[in-house]
Design a protein around this ligand. Structure first.
Ligand code: ADP
Length: 404
């Protein structure tokens, strides 16, 4: 980690690990505007930001096939004008709060086996689903059942590294929730440990953020963030912190729906109330101030990351991203972010309020997962109705027009 000019950082002495913060926004009063940059992606050239001319057609067909939003039958859609003629009716829109599809197997408590994994699974070495910090994730099939799964092969050089992976297994053993990827089996050999997990095929949420042809509306974002929050609420109830929440670690169940699952419990750990847990890892853009400052991490640390993800989904921008890691880290420590960018013009006040209640430097003032689920942006049906009517796109709205 690059050294930081600490003089610019206000050191947060707060060590309260309250998960029931008061809803004060004092700490946010000093927000200063900052020059945001588009989500980092080396392959994303400027011309890629230009909107496709067929996007309106794509949008139409997407609306037609969207299965997870239920229009209330008794309230057919009416134009604004005719509604007002009918008098004051409360228009509501019921978003689908049903969970993601469950894993194709019952939750199981996995113990690591030292048998030859190839006797039981065919691992498709050519089909790489993703490259992680410590190894590769491949598609695989269980020979006895034909079940398609994902195999995360983690290189381990010594017993200590094996223990680290075993803690990931222990965490996953405790998590039985449809928004959290499920563990199926684990195998160890001399040089690696392989986690066999539920497979999901919809790709990383990150890809939806950077894909200008993927028309994400604010209402889509509500659905996505709701599920991430539900997964987090469950984890926090189980006293487990994820500590590495970012769009790369949120997988879409399919390309057609807005159902997601949280993955990568490699940095997750059990929260112990009196333990001073300090961590010094993670991707700079998503790190919470307390992580950078080597202070106690707690449930609100994940809530900060939720705020960053929400900001990114709505705008396509990374709220703290600077020209280099040093600048990024300083922006986080100064809690320097804003809604000044044009990308936020059409975004609802409720969405902005939601982010504002998460991106707070002092962790005890951030909303908890349960409070977040009750926030109007995620729970107010009449707001969801308005968003549905408006169909406002997220980040792509302000992309440059297509070249003629
Ligand atoms: P690491 O802990 O090494 O960062 P991850 O668990 O984040 O590894 O996995 C790396 C990438 O592999 C993910 O970003 C994702 O694209 C892909 N991946 C991981 N798990 C699955 C899965 N269960 N199904 C499909 N793809 C997966």
């Amino acid at each position: 980690m690059p050294s930081l000019p600490m003089s610019t950082c206000e050191i947060n002495q707060d060590s309260k690990d309250s998960t029931d913060p008061q809803e004060s926004l004092e700490d946010h009063a000093e927000l200063i505007g900052s020059a945001k940059r588009r989500v980092k992606d080396e392959t994303l050239e400027k011309e890629d930001l230009k909107k496709s001319r067929v996007e309106d057609e794509l949008e139409k067909s997407k609306e037609e096939t969207k299965p997870e939003i239920n229009e209330p039958k008794e309230e057919p859609e009416k134009p604004e004008e005719s509604r007002s003629e009918d008098g004051p009716t409360t228009e509501e829109y019921i978003i689908d709060c049903s969970p993601s599809p469950s894993a194709p197997f019952e939750h199981r408590v996995v113990t690591t086996k030292s048998h030859q994994i190839t006797a039981y699974y065919t691992i498709n070495r050519d089909e790489i689903l993703g490259g992680g910090r410590f190894g590769m994730v491949h598609k695989c099939v269980e020979k006895s059942s034909g079940l398609t799964l994902a195999a995360k092969i983690i290189k381990t050089r010594n017993q200590k590294e094996k223990e680290v992976v075993k803690s990931e297994i222990e965490v996953m053993n405790q998590l039985n929730h449809a928004n959290l990827i499920q563990l199926y089996a684990a195998y160890e050999s001399r040089s690696d440990v392989t986690l066999i997990m539920e497979y999901v095929e919809g790709g990383e949420l990150f890809d939806r953020i950077i894909d200008e042809n993927y028309k994400l509306t604010e209402l889509d974002t509500v659905l996505l963030i709701r599920q991430i929050t539900e997964g987090l609420q469950y984890m926090h109830k189980m006293y487990i912190l994820h500590l590495d929440l970012k769009p790369e670690n949120i997988l879409c169940v399919s390309r057609e729906t807005n159902k997601i699952k949280i993955i990568d419990f490699g940095l997750a750990r059990r929260y112990k109330p009196r333990e001073k847990l300090r961590v010094n890892f993670g991707t700079p853009e998503f790190l919470a101030p307390e992580v950078i400052n080597y202070e106690f991490v707690s449930f609100p640390t994940d809530m900060w990351s939720l705020g960053v993800i929400t900001y990114m989904l709505l705008s396509g921008l990374s709220p703290f991203l600077g020209d280099d890691d040093n600048e990024t880290l300083n922006n986080i420590l100064e809690c320097k972010w804003s809604f000044e960018e044009a990308e936020f013009t059409d975004i609802s006040e409720e969405a902005k309020d939601f982010i504002t209640r998460l991106l707070i430097k002092s962790k005890s003032w951030r909303m908890s997962a349960s409070q977040s689920l009750k926030h109007p942006w995620l729970s107010d049906r009449s707001l969801h109705y308005r968003l549905h009517q408006k169909k406002n796109k997220c980040h792509s709205t302000h992309a440059p027009p297509p070249e003629s």
